[in-house]
Design a binder for this molecule. Sequence first.
Ligand code: AMP
Length: 180
Amino acid sequence: MDRGSLGSTDALLQAIVDVPGYPRPGIVFKDITPLLADHDVSGRLVAAMGEPFRGKADKVAGIEARGFILAAPLAHLLGVGFVPLRKAGKLPRATFAEGYDLEYGRATLEVHRDAFEPGERVLVVDDVLATGGTAAAALRLVARANGVPVGFTALLDLGLVAVREKLGGTPLHILHTVAS
Ligand code: AMP
């Protein structure tokens, strides 16, 4: 399919596949793998995610795992370094950790204690916002590690909750919000 002539939002929506019932009944999983496989579309969307933050971030932090895939090229595009925010127990050196609620149970994100110089401006990246719990934990974690969260960007907001309130004053740049 030639998505090259479409606007960014249309290209985004055409390149993401809804998978109803995955990983559990009642969930519609947003599969971004077709988007990632399209060089033109992924390049345009990564650029669109970063546009408001040009010259305003010193590091880009990606949330494991799909956030990594978008955050690494975005860091390169903005000319800054990439920092992984990983699931518990994956980083080899001393970490800070932040727990957060999932639909069932809890999870933890970790970052290396020396990932940021004090006061570095950090843009946090993920693919999809659902309840906002993961994003909120990521922003708290950056602050714990002496970074200054200057923004959060993602491809999609599923429109489930008032995410802006949950994420406080951090500027949000979400390419598309799904009507709930
Ligand atoms: P939440 O913490 O509820 O905002 O969930 C966001 C995290 O879970 C992100 O890292 C997403 O990759 C993932 N996620 C949640 N719901 C979905 C969904 N319907 N499709 C794809 N990923 C999702």
